[in-house]
Every structure is written in C-alpha cells, then in structure tokens.
Design a protein around this ligand. Structure first.
Ligand code: SF4
Ligand code: SF4
Length: 615
C-alpha cells in the first residue's frame, strides 16, 4: 500500500466517521482513498474549499463524539492553524487526528517547513510513522489515544512515507458511526473567560500526554554500545539499515522515536545512563535535539550531545547523508553507499511544461502577444496551481508565487506602491475559492486596480482533479462570475481561452478599466482541464483526431514549438515542425500559432461538437 492509503486504512479500522481535506501533495491520496469507500462504509468524506474549513468540519464532528480526520500538506497547516491551535484548547469528545504531510526537499512545495514545531506551539502531540505499515497502526493508535485523552493528535508524515509503497497487514474494519451527540460545554466556546480555564486544563492534559508517550509502543530501542543514537521514524530507517549493513549492533544503541513531540523523557534518561555520548539524527529542524538537550540539562545529566550543524537542516535525509553524519558524529567510519547504476544514469533535462492541450497555453500565448503590442511590462502576481508553470519559458508570466490565494493579495500591494504599472494577478478556480476571495474583496473595497485572470479549468487539477466549487459534477456549482459581481467587481468577462479574438477583446477592455477607471477588471478563462476533456472523450468513444504540420507550407519559423510550446510539437532537423500523434490530443489550439496556416487536423473535425467535452 501507499503510505497515504495505509493511513486511510488505519482510519477505517479505527472507525473514522468524518474526513475532510483540501488537496495538496503529498497528502491528497488519504482523502482520495477514503472517498472511494465512503459510500459503502458510511463515512462522510469531503473535499472542502481550504484546510481551515476542512479542519473546522472535522473538529465539529470530534466535538460531537464522532471520530474524524483532516489531512493536509505542510503549508496547508498554516491555513488551518487558527482552528488547529484552538482545538487543543477545546479538546475533543471523539478521536481527532490531524495529518500533516510534510515535503522535505520541496518536491512539490514552496518551502520545507518542519510541522513538528506546530506541536510545540499548539500543545498537540506529534507522532511520526516509519513506513506504510506503521502508518496504519499508528493512525489507529492515535485515534484511540485521542478518544482516551480527549485531545487532538498530529500524525506527521513526509513525502518518503506518504508516497512510498510497502506491505501492510490488514485488520478488521471497525463499526463506523457518523452520528454524533453534542453536549454543550463552556470549554467549547473560547471566550476569554473560558479560554483561560481551558489553558490550565490543556496543560493538565499535556501532563497526561507526556505520561502516555513513556509507554508508547511505537518508540523502540535497538542495539547496544556506548553511543546512543536518537532518531525519529523516517530517518531511523536509514540509521538502522546502515547499522545492520556494517554490523554495528553492539557498538550503537538506537532509540527509534515515533512520539517526536513530546519525547519519552524517562526512556531517554534510562538509555542515556548506559552511554557516553548521544547523537541525534533527524530531518530538518532540531526539534528532538532541543528537547533532549533541555531534558539532560534539567536532570543534570552530563553527557555529550551531538546534533546537526546548521547547514544540514536543509533538504530531506538519504542514506549517504546519514552515513556521513554518523561517521562524523560517532567517529566510526561508515562507508558511503555506492549509488546503483540506475541512479548514475543521467537523464536528459526535462523542464516542467503545461500538458498537451492545456487551455492555459493559448491564453498566455495571446496575452504575451497583447502585451508586446501594447508595449506594457506588467507585473505578474502569480499563484499556486498548474499555471505556476507559466513561470518558465516561453511564457514567463509569474513574477511572484508565494502561497495559495496570494496573487490577488500581492497584486493589491503592487498596485499601491507601483501605481504606474499594470498588475496582472493570475489565479485558478480552486485557488480562488481556497483563499482568493478575501483579497478580491479587499481589492474591490480598497480600489486596488489590477487585471485578475481567473483560470477556471473546472477542477483542482494539479493535485489530481479533486472537485472545485466551479465544477458542476458534485454538489452545487458556484459561478465565479456571479461571485465576482456580488462582491462588486464591475468588469467581469468570461472567455474561452481557445477563442483568440474573444481573449484579445477582453484584455483590451480590462486594460482600459485598470488604466482609466482605476478599478479591478476580472477575466475568467474557462475551459476544462485537457486531461479531463481527453478522458471524457475516450470514455464516450469519441475519436481523437490529431493535428499535423503540412511540410509544404511550414517555413520552419519555430513559433509553434518555441513560443506556443505544446509538448507534442517538436522541431525537425530542418527546423520545420512535427506533431507527435501519440502526444497530440487533438485540441486544435495550436492552429492559431502558425502564421502560415501549416497546422491542420489529419481529418475534418467538428470543433463545435467537441465543445461539450471541454466546458
Ligand atoms: S492539437 Fe496542437 S495544441 Fe492540441 S495537443 Fe495537438 S499539437 Fe498540442
Ligand atoms: S509556426 Fe507554422 S511555419 Fe512556423 S514552424 Fe510551426 S508549423 Fe512551421
């Protein structure tokens, strides 16, 4: 099972009744897996509009005694933090597990914050699994512990656990109940007078949590010797593999930690009494190291403690990094693991690109031409989503990418301090619903002129096509144009990104609104994600008609492959273009890119008929 699937399975075996999340790599498969079985098992599963909203829903269920789960990527916890920190104050009635899937090395994220630190901030204990099997068991354990101690629990994974596959032993599926009973209690209403009392109760519960982790079966001791390594779950895997590979079991004693905050103090003191030196090997921030140093100082235990140098805090651990750290800190030479031949293969660089048929491509192609014609040099305030890829050549249309919903917010600031510039804020449909509405209201209310380009592909495409409120296939559809008009945006235009004339007209009008009226102009470019449209066409038995380049007409100017840049269009040795029929999904968008009309469908296509798949 994938680590995330194992967490979902653990939640099912623990009797989860409610699960809600906003998608984000590497966390998305947890809710995706639960969604697949929700109806059969009677679990309420929801893709909410953002992590805070998902947390609030799951917390309410837990306050009413129903076991609930919310899952998010690490930066999602920043969005949900308000609700999460307060959940430690209210406590819960049923088990409440918050999964934070962190992304060391930033494989698909804007930063690599170590969310274990949220445990320290919020007084919510943090636990880490070592592999998918332990992820499942730990999830069950945390639901039980949360129910018993009436306190939320954070299950922290990393990409290496969430996205790795491993054997998982299946247990019995618990009886699932999603019917709660809510008994009003002053502790649930965080008015200052109640919150002050809750703070004291929270600290008492924290004492109980500290006791519970002392006998936590997922913390284990291995090996022997006069050096003690303390290592949390994922890093422990590397440590222990190296110890076994080099037969160092009698030289190195290891505590494998699952409860990373708080750590089991008695266990650490007991093991420390056998050794002369403690080495702490952990990924990212020195959270365990800080706790161990503090503990030894408090208990006046005088043992050398070695942690990580500052520069070692960046990026995820791997076998070689751990081998180097062990050699450096223990004085025992541990050979660097030779990379396999496979790892040595140098793959050709493959820049990230928008998919074949992506509706964003013709839109940005036209936008760049428009900008050149108008001789403006806009500031592109960008956001998180597939369209982040237009940061790269040939479009280079994202000057800032900070956080979900940040584009309009930063656009507000740019419009204040750079009044002579044209600000183009770019945001997706799902991202707008996630966190883009408050800055949009601010832009209208405080009159921050900017062109807001909403890329509505009817999906949360980047994370695997989870639903967005703009998607009519699930629940009610919320039209962005209705929302924008209700907020007070006067210029709202919906365009088909494949319709170049419509797109050009909208850009012209929007530029006028921003320049002359000094107001927000909002353009919604609506067309379904190409992968979804393609999928629908295949499922409906619709013929996919690829396009080709007429070599008699093509002069090899390179506009289609250099400036339009569909990955299906490839330059030939003579610089003329070639369309790979295997990659072409027959969208026809590239036709507009060729000034010589050399791009044609291999047979006649009725684009009007195909539109039903794209909207
Ligand atoms: S029709 Fe053109 S733009 Fe569409 S997928 Fe094929 S090559 Fe790419
Ligand atoms: S834009 Fe047209 S003429 Fe230029 S390389 Fe492509 S197909 Fe050939």
């Amino acid at each position: 099972m994938l680590g995330n699937e194992a967490i979902a399975r653990g939640a099912i075996e623990a009797g989860v009744g409610v699960a809600a999340a906003y998608p984000g790599t590497p966390s998305s498969e947890i809710i995706g897996s639960l969604e697949e079985v929700a109806e059969d098992l009677g679990i309420y599963v929801e893709w909410s509009v953002n992590e805070k909203v998902a947390t609030e829903l799951a917390l309410a269920a837990a306050l009413a005694g129903v076991r609930s789960l919310t899952a998010m990527k690490h930066v999602g916890l920043n969005v949900a933090a308000d609700a999460i920190v307060s959940s430690a104050y209210t406590g819960v009635s049923g088990g409440f597990v918050i999964v934070s899937a962190d992304d060391p090395s930033m494989w698909s994220s804007q930063n690599e914050q170590d969310n274990r630190i949220y445990g320290m901030l919020s007084y919510i204990p943090v636990f880490e699994p070592e592999n998918p099997s332990e992820a499942k068991e730990l999830t069950i354990k945390l639901f039980n512990l949360s129910s018993e101690l009436k306190h939320p629990m954070i299950l922290r994974t990393t990409t290496r656990v969430s996205h790795v596959r491993g054997p998982v032993r299946l247990g019995r599926i618990a009886k699932i109940s999603r019917n709660g009973v809510f008994k009003p209690d002053p502790r649930f209403a965080l008015l200052p007078s109640n919150a002050r009392r809750n703070r004291i109760e929270l600290l008492k519960r924290w004492d109980a949590i500290k006791s519970a982790v002392e006998s936590f079966e997922f913390n284990r001791v291995y090996g022997d010797g006069r050096i003690l390594i303390i290592s949390p779950s994922t890093t422990f895997s590397y440590v222990y593999e190296l110890i076994q590979a080099n037969s160092l079991e009698d030289k190195l004693r290891v505590i494998k930690l699952s409860s990373v905050y708080p750590v089991p103090e008695k266990m650490i003191l007991r093991e420390a009494s056998h050794v002369e030196k403690i080495v702490i090997i952990e990924e990212l921030e020195p959270l365990v190291e800080m706790q161990v140093r503090d503990l030894l100082h408090r208990e006046r235990v005088n043992i050398e403690v070695v942690g990580k140098p500052l520069l070692e805090r960046a990026f995820e651990m791997n076998m070689n990094r751990v081998a180097k750290l062990l050699t450096h800190t223990t004085g025992i030479a541990i050979p660097i693991v030779e990379s396999s031949d496979r790892e040595k293969i140098e793959l050709p660089p493959r820049p990230p690109v928008l998919c074949s048929g992506c509706p964003y491509r013709p839109l940005f192609f036209e936008l760049k031409k428009f900008i050149a014609r108008e001789r403006i040099k806009p500031i592109f305030s960008g956001d998180i989503g597939c369209y982040s890829l237009v940061y790269y050549k040939p479009f280079q249309a994202q000057d800032t990418i900070i956080e979900m919903g940040g584009s309009i917010g930063l656009g507000n600031g740019f419009s204040v301090v750079l009044p002579d510039s044209i600000v183009i804020s770019v945001i997706g449909d799902s991202t707008l619903f996630h966190a883009g509405i408050p800055p949009l209201i601010n832009a209208v209310y405080n009159m921050h002129p900017q062109i807001i380009l909403v890329l509505d592909n009817l999906s949360t495409a980047m994370t695997g096509h989870q639903p967005s409120p703009s998607n009519p296939t699930r629940g009610r559809r919320i039209l962005i144009e209705d929302l924008a008009r209700a907020i007070g945006v006067k210029y709202v235009k919906v365009v088909d990104p494949f319709n170049a004339e419509e797109v050009r007209k909208a850009f012209r009008e929007a530029l006028k609104v921003v320049r002359e009226d000094r107001e927000v102009a909002l353009i919604i470019a609506r067309r379904k994600c190409a992968l979804l449209a393609y999928d629908d066409m295949i499922k409906s038995g619709e013929e996919i008609v690829p396009y080709y380049v007429d070599l008699e007409t093509c002069i090899g100017c390179g506009i289609c492959y250099n400036l339009f840049a569909c990955p299906a269009i490839i330059p030939r040795d003579d610089k003329k273009a070639f369309i790979d029929p295997e990659m072409c999904i027959g969208c026809g968008a590239c036709v507009i890119s060729c000034p010589f009309n050399a791009i044609k469908p291999v047979k006649q296509v009725d684009q009007e008929k195909l539109k039903k798949y794209w909207f």
